[in-house]
Ligand binder design. Structure first.
Ligand code: MG
Length: 273
């Protein structure tokens, strides 16, 4: 168990009747973080550091971009009716489509057929209303940009986990600047501005990928460079040159997380004056 600490979550319920006491204990184990993982470049924290402070809880405004209609130049990736813009790891996308949303159902990741580089991406998600599991096992999913970099989706409403793995984290790299989560069952939004990594003519990294994210109208990342594609318990790094574009993927982590109203606008690098 070198370096890994398991936290026992102990709920003690006491019911007393007169002088007689009844004690009921339920035990569950949740991994809340690690200290045996590689050090991040800042030299302050390990990947998934158990001791890294979690960001402050911020209650988002009553509404932000939930239900936001797409602009005329946006590509609608999911309007609530079908998965025609998506495919699975082996063939057709098989997530459940119901009412105006899709739901992960243990059939694997799904990803867009179209590939994207720099983009403005709108995604809405809802955590399972029925709260089950702790830490990373509660409402885990994720939005993968270029099928490489994960913006974590997790039920982080009163659910401690390592800071760089909570909802809104650039998984394994950067915690969100705030915990702006809504309650389980409520619709939430991500508005993501992504700039793909740039490579020079020698196929060396010229500039890392950069991401800005709003969760429910709260800025949680601002022009944050990505260390490389997402890993688990490993340090993100750029290996060989990545393609300029890649699919958007949604993670099936075994929890019934819902998504709706997904659209994207391709953007080009803004000219400097
Ligand atoms: Mg995830």
């Amino acid at each position: 168990m070198s370096g890994m600490r398991k936290i026992l979550i102990i709920s003690v319920v006491m019911a007393t009747a007169g002088l007689a006491g009844v004690v009921v204990q339920t035990l569950a184990e949740a991994v809340l973080g690690y200290t045996d993982t590689p050090m991040l470049p800042s030299g302050k924290w390990h990947v998934h550091d158990l001791n890294r402070p979690r960001p402050p809880v911020v209650t988002p405004g009553a509404s932000f971009s939930q239900g936001a209609a797409a602009a005329s130049d946006a590509m609608v990736l999911f309007d609530g009716t079908d998965l025609s813009k998506w495919e699975g790891e082996k063939g057709a996308a098989k997530w459940t489509v119901r009412e105006d949303y899709m739901e992960a159902n243990k059939t694997g990741y799904i990803h867009t057929k179209e590939k994207f580089g720099d983009m403005q991406l709108h995604v809405e998600f809802a955590e399972p209303e029925k709260v089950e599991g702790d830490s990373q096992e509660r409402g885990n999913s994720g939005v993968f940009l270029q099928y490489a970099y994960e913006v974590q989706v997790l039920d982080s409403y009163d659910n401690p986990t390592y800071a760089d793995g909570q909802c809104g984290a650039l998984y394994g790299q950067s915690p969100p600047m705030a915990n702006a989560c809504r309650k389980p069952g409520e619709w939430q939004s991500y508005d993501i501005i992504f700039e793909a990594a740039r490579w020079n003519e020698n196929h060396e990294l010229a500039r890392p990928a950069i991401v800005t994210v709003f969760q429910n109208g709260v800025l949680i990342h601002y022009k944050q460079p990505l260390l490389g594609p997402t890993g688990h318990r490993t340090l993100g790094h750029y290996g060989k040159e990545l393609p300029a574009t890649g699919p958007i993927a949604l993670q099936d982590h075994g929890n019934p997380v819902r998504f709706r109203n997904i659209w994207v606008r391709k953007i080009t690098e803004e000219e400097r004056p």
